[in-house]
Ligand binder design. Structure first.
Ligand code: MG
Length: 226
């Protein structure tokens, strides 16, 4: 029996990925690293430290130092916040409020599981989705050591919710997030809100792939009784 839905944040609740793409590409360049927008989407779900270390290993042949991680992530956050200051806040993904309301109506818990440490978004959760999320039922970059694609964040979420893997459903949008949830043994729904092909989500282990949130809401009953 399903007791909870676990929601990723970027690309699931907020249409924030375009800002992340611009921010990573610009910020890492200042430090002599190089990343394309496509690579940002491919590595979505990792923590900031995970993304920076993957780049450092590829380009410098070593892990980044603590200080480098701090500096580069600060630069990235600055560009990210600037991006949305200029355009208004990161928009909410169309239809996701209906998903949350339907999940609440069915009496199920709502848990956030994100690799993000982006305080500007985390602080905005209550404003945009009032009454849906509580700090106790949230796993963020501050809770994990490995992060997605490792199953760790989803295993911590199961612990926090006090439920077993077969009592949860994950909603993800990115291949590495799907991989993490699948590795934690949880039924994983992918909503493809970005530019990558659906096949990447299937390959990562998605149990269902939907084109948008409306398709997910329409299928909610079948998910609960899967
Ligand atoms: Mg995401």
């Amino acid at each position: 029996m399903i007791k909870a839905f676990f929601f990723d944040m970027d690309g699931v609740l907020f249409d924030s990925m375009p800002g992340h793409a611009v921010a990573w590409v610009k910020a890492v360049r200042r430090y002599g690293l190089d990343m394309t927008a496509e690579e940002v989407y491919e590595s979505e779900g990792r923590t900031g430290a995970g993304t920076i270390n993957a780049l450092a290993r590829r380009i410098w042949g070593r892990d980044a130092s603590e200080q480098e991680i701090k500096d580069i992530y600060a630069a990235k956050s600055e560009v990210f916040n600037e991006y949305f200051r200029e355009r208004g806040e990161a928009p909410v993904i169309p239809g996701v409020a209906d998903v949350l309301d339907a999940v609440r109506t069915h009496g199920l818990m709502r848990v956030i599981v994100t690799g993000s440490g982006q305080l500007s978004l985390l602080d905005n959760l209550n404003k945009h989705f009032p009454g849906h999320f509580s700090r106790e039922l949230m796993v963020t970059a501050f809770d994990v050591t490995r992060g997605k694609p490792d199953p760790e964040p989803y295993l911590i979420a199961l612990q926090k919710a006090g439920i077993a893997a077969d009592e949860a459903i994950v909603v993800e949008n990115a291949p590495l997030g799907v991989q993490a949830a699948h590795a934690a043994g949880i039924f994983t729904v992918a909503v493809n809100t970005g530019p990558l092909p659906d096949q990447k989500l299937w390959d990562a282990g998605a149990d269902r792939v939907y084109p948008n949130m409306a398709a997910l809401v329409a299928d909610l009953h079948s998910l609960e009784t899967k």
